[in-house]
Design a protein around this ligand. Structure first.
Ligand SMILES: [Zn+2]
Length: 72
């Protein structure tokens, strides 16, 4: 009897021998990693993106306050 969950449980794999795309990184990527970055670089990139978003938010909030203060 065929198991309907068999295919779902099989993890998708990607070409073996790929290397992390970050400039100074030579980490081999796992065949289970769908990204072009290794786990470490992925984490760094995400942190940088988060920091940029945070700064943008703080900047927008500061501008709001400045505008509010200017209108009083
Ligand atoms: Zn890397």
């Amino acid at each position: 009897m065929p198991d309907p969950y068999y295919e779902i449980l099989l993890p998708e794999t990607y070409p073996a021998g790929r290397v992390c795309e970050a400039e100074t990184c030579t980490t081999r990527l796992s065949i289970y990693n769908p990204d072009d970055l290794c786990a470490r670089c992925e984490k760094i990139e995400r942190a940088e993106r988060f920091e940029a978003e945070r700064l943008e938010f703080l900047w927008a909030e500061l501008m709001d306050r400045l505008l509010e203060a200017a209108c009083v």
